[in-house]
Ligand binder design. Structure first.
Ligand code: SAM
Length: 274
């Protein structure tokens, strides 16, 4: 029995339901209650919102979210083998857990969830970045999204939180800082997971900026794609296909600068000059 809810131990749940991890589904499970509790506590409080969890798997983080007060929890899981284990959790917490079987990439929280919501997940690494960029791309921003507390590979987490001048600064960092305040909460060694992945992981907490600087996202993406596509080149060269010197002059940015040294505000000036 587990200390937080009286449900069976996660290792027993995995054995009972034959949930041996599938690499293709990015299955690296968290069985340590201290870690799932830590993630849930960092994402709380949950009393005034729905919580969306992507990829609950055998339900370790799910149980921590419920034990920490989630009253309305929606989980989206692609692996049907996990459903019976999740149904046992739903029965233990009547009317609090909604289980959706499907691909999270096709699940639009703004269409499926009413009212404010938070997203909390130990994400499957193969789809983690597309999921995040989908969520960040929503217009109007941020509408009802209150926060995201998400596990990524450390290298991706560093790109998400990178600011101008950091070696990890790139397209993802610019997009994330346009729309959110992002910070790495803590790192986890591979041994924290079953089975252990090859890399270190990090939990990132992202809080949407409620009044971001106005900027058309598609234009910002056109700029950052060109600029970081050839990040070592001067901007007059890397931005040539989309306006080069003329565009830079309009935005008031010198052509001998490089993408890695351009602030968010300067990228926005370029996007707004396109
Ligand atoms: N939350 C569990 C935990 O922390 O132990 C499992 C996390 S595991 C890293 C990722 C989970 O996402 C797996 O359960 C996997 O089956 C699920 N998954 C993978 N791809 C998915 C997708 N496209 N949509 C929904 N779930 C997916």
């Amino acid at each position: 029995m587990s200390a937080i809810d009286g449900l069976p131990k996660l290792s027993d749940v995995i054995a009972t339901h034959g949930l041996d991890a599938k690499k293709a589904l990015g299955q690296n499970f968290l069985l340590d209650l201290n870690i799932t509790q830590k993630i849930a506590k960092n994402a709380a409080p949950f009393d005034k919102c729905t919580v969306l969890e992507i990829g609950p798997g055998p339900g370790g983080l799910t149980r921590a979210l419920l034990a920490n007060g989630a009253q309305k929890l929606v989980v989206v899981e692609r692996d049907e083998r996990c459903l019976p284990a999740l149904q046992e959790i739903a029965a233990h917490y009547p009317d609090r857990l909604t289980i959706i079987e499907g691909d999270a990439l096709e699940f639009n929280p703004y269409e499926e969830i009413e009212g404010d919501f938070k997203i909390v997940a130990n994400l499957p690494y193969n789809v983690a970045t597309p999921l995040l960029t989908n969520w960040l791309g929503h217009e109007p921003w941020p509408e009802r999204l209150l926060s995201m507390t998400l596990m990524f590979q450390k290298e991706v987490a560093e790109r998400i939180c990178a600011k101008v001048g950091d070696k990890h600064y790139g397209r993802l960092g610019v997009l994330c800082s346009l729309r959110t305040e992002a910070q790495i909460l803590f790192n986890l060694s591979p041994q924290a997971f079953t089975p252990p992945p090859k890399v270190t992981s990090s939990v990132v907490h992202l809080v949407p900026k409620t009044t971001p600087i106005p900027c058309e996202l598609s234009k910002l993406e056109t700029i950052t794609k060109s600029a970081f596509g050839q990040r070592r080149k001067m901007l007059r060269q890397s931005l040539k296909p989309i306006g080069g010197a003329e565009l830079l002059e309009k935005a008031g940015i010198e052509g001998d600068r490089r993408a890695e040294n351009l602030s968010l505000e300067e990228f926005i000036m370029l996007a707004n000059s396109l």
